[in-house]
Ligand binder design. Structure first.
Ligand SMILES: [Zn+2]
Length: 380
């Protein structure tokens, strides 16, 4: 069965009012904009023994490669490949039949892959049983010619193994604007056959030209998925930027693997908590306010006091681990809350009021564009 049989833009508002895409998959129809939980978030769920499911239809396994040597090890060191494949297959097994599974090899910026590195990453995904096979970009600075050769070679290779698999070629959002435009144009020429395009996340504050380019392709029946996302630009700007990029036609988002494990910030009260009201990440204690109740109706937070959450997490391990477990709880909450917030945004898109929705959210206001103010003047 085709893993992705059809992608269709159901609703679109210009200019940059967002879009709703329906993706017909082997596990059901995905409606966007939405969020895809990742293996990092799943680990958080396991750590806190939280058993209620997520009902997201796309699940991403992400692995972080610090440098090209870690990719090369997969085809140069005995056992490395088999170990990795087994670990990935175990993740895929948990979601088979429930969610469309995909893999994101998170490579450091500036990494260059040769043909054998790419082939190894493709084999790894096919053998582990993923539904959507990511085709890595040889490097974010590669030429258009090299990019297209890699696409053609990888795509035929995967189709020859299993014609029902979906492919998702990646392009980095942090590259030169002219190169990005050329690569995206080349990919979108395959509209109809190519149903998914992956974007390696970069901040929309810094890389706006590439996001503007992306928005020009908003009428295309292709699923644009952003991987490797960062939750907020900086601790001083705790804005939920993954919710901002839907304006440019990004249909779904996933978080990247953090740079380093959350280090022992000794105080659990400082753990960041996704707040739907503002679409920002206040500290968990600030988010709860005077009532000290978790301000969210998700299965993790519903009817819970912050104190109850803390004492429950304390029961799972020693004091040193408390901040890690509260952070895990915040991540599990975030999958539910962010997914639900995307559903609200979807309604706003359908009703042609995404810009108004952005204006109402403190975390999204900084992403408004000059054209939005003009639109407001006209309306007033
Ligand atoms: Zn919650």
């Amino acid at each position: 069965m085709k893993r992705i049989s059809k992608v269709r833009v159901e609703h679109r508002d210009e200019p940059r009012g967002g879009r709703i895409v329906r993706i017909a998959t082997s596990v059901g129809t995905v409606e966007t904009p939405t969020r895809a939980p990742t293996s990092t978030e799943l680990n958080a769920k396991v750590n806190i023994h939280f058993e209620e499911p997520w009902d997201n239809l796309v699940f991403e396994v992400a692995s972080r490669f610090l440098d090209v040597a870690q990719v090369q090890a997969l085809h140069q060191k005995n056992g490395a490949y088999a170990t990795k494949r087994r670990a990935l297959a175990a993740q895929v097994d948990k979601f088979r039949g429930y969610a469309l599974t995909k893999y994101f090899p998170q490579l450091a910026l500036g990494t260059t892959l040769d043909a054998r590195d790419v082939r190894t990453l493709l084999d790894l995904q096919v053998e582990a049983g993923f539904d959507v096979i990511s085709i890595p970009e040889p490097s974010s600075s590669c030429t258009l010619k090299r990019f297209e050769e890699n696409l053609d070679r990888s795509w035929s290779y995967i189709s020859a193994q299993d014609g029902d698999l979906a492919v998702m070629p990646y392009a980095s959002m942090s590259q030169d604007p002219a190169a990005f435009k050329a690569k995206l144009t080349a990919l979108v020429e395959h509209e109809g056959d190519l149903r998914a395009i992956g974007l390696h996340f970069a901040s929309p504050l810094t890389f706006r030209p590439n996001y503007l380019t992306l928005s020009e392709f908003g009428d295309r029946d292709v699923w644009f998925h952003s991987s490797g996302g960062r939750r907020y630009p900086s601790p001083r700007q705790p804005l939920a930027q993954l919710h901002a990029i839907q304006r440019f036609g990004v249909d779904s988002v996933s978080l990247g693997v953090p740079q380093a494990p959350v280090r022992g910030d000794p105080d659990w009260r400082y753990v960041r908590y996704f707040d739907r009201g503002t679409v920002t990440y206040p500290r968990i204690q600030e988010a709860c306010g005077r009532e000290a109740s978790l301000p969210c109706g998700c299965p993790l937070c519903r009817h819970r006091k912050l104190d109850d959450l803390v004492s429950h997490m304390r029961s799972l391990g020693n004091q040193d681990e408390l901040v890690l477990r509260i952070n895990d709880a915040a991540r599990v909450h975030e999958v539910y809350a962010s997914t639900a917030e995307f559903e609200d945004a979807r309604r706003a898109i359908r009703e042609g009021r995404l810009v108004r929705y952005f204006r109402r959210k403190a975390g999204l206001k900084p992403f408004l564009m000059p054209e939005d103010n003009q639109a407001r003047l006209v309306l007033e």
